[in-house]
Design a protein around this ligand. Sequence first.
Ligand code: SAH
Length: 324
Amino acid sequence: MSVARFMALCLSHPEHGYYATRDPLGRDGDFTTAPEISQMFGEMIGAWVAAVWDAIGQPIYRLVELGPGRGTLMSDVLRVTRAVGAVQEVWFVETSPVLRAAQAAKVEGAHWAASLEEVPEGPMILIANEFFDALPVHQYLRDGRIWRERMVGADGERLIWGLSGARPMGAGLSSLDWFERAPLADAVLDQIAHRLAQAPGGAFIADYGYQEADRPSGPTLQALRRHRPADPLDAPGQADLTWLPDFDHIAGRLGPTTKVAEQGAFLAHLGIGRRAEQLARANPDRAGTIADDLERLTAPDQMGRLFKVATVISGAKPAFRTED
Ligand code: SAH
C-alpha cells in the first residue's frame, strides 16, 4: 500500500487508529503542541482573529477549527474574541471520538463536523494548528528518469518499505529527486479558498513545515512516540505520524494574498513579548516558567523558526478612521 494509505489506517482506523483511540497530547502522551505549552499562543491567535474580524467589517461569523486536539487553542482564542465580538457559532472539524469528548469539556456549545464541507457556508474565520501534517501524504522518489511511489509492504509479520512501478508524473519536476503530495490536504485548502472567495473571512494555518528555500533533502514522514522519533513501521497505530507541509504550496492553493511567516516572528508581531511580561507581573512565582514558554514558542532554535504560519484574509474593508 502507499504511504498515504498506511498513514490513513494508522491514524484514523476507527478501531485501531492512533487518533481514534487516544489523547496523544501532553507530557504523558507522545507529543506537545504550541497551545498545550502556553495560553499565550492561543491568546495571540485570538488577537489575530479579533483583528481579522474588525478588518472584514465586524460581521457575524463562524469560528472554525480543524483538528482541535484537546480544545485548548479554541478556549484560549475565545477568551480574547468573546471580549470583542460576535462569534455566531464555534465549529470543530474532528474525527476522533476521544478528542471530541475532550473538546466538549473545554468549550461549551460547540458544533462538530467530520469535514469542512459539513460546516454551513458564510463568513468564517478558520484556524488549524498541526492539522495538515496529520493528513495522509504520498511520497515519490526519482529513479533515474522515472518516478516511483514509496510503498509499505509485508515480509511475513514484518512491515517493510518498498517502491512502486513507474508512476506517470506531471511536468515541472525535472529539478527534484523527491516530492510529496497530500490530496486530502489539497482538497481542504481548496475548500477554504472557495469559502473565502464566497464570503468574507480569514484563515490561519500553522505547522512544523518548510518553504521552497529551505526544502529538506529527503521525504519528510516521521513518527513520534513518547516525545522521541520512532520507526514509522514499528507499532502501527501507536505512534503519531506526520510529514512536513510545504508552505509555499499551501500559499499557492489559498491564493495570492496569503502571507507566510515563521511562527516566532508572527507571535512577536502580535505582541507575545508584552503578554509574557504582563503575565509574569501578575504571577511572579511563575515568571520563570512563563519566560521558558515564551522561549520555546518563539526562539529560532526552538519552535520559532521550524514552525511556519500561513494567513489569508478575504473581504477586508478600508480601515475605519475616527476623523472621517
Ligand atoms: N490542533 C491541536 C491538535 C493537533 S493533533 C493542537 O495544536 O494541540 C491533530 C488533530 O487533528 C487531532 O485533533 C486529530 O484528531 C485531528 N485529525 C487528524 N486527522 C483528521 C481528519 N482527517 N479529519 C479531522 N480531524 C483530524
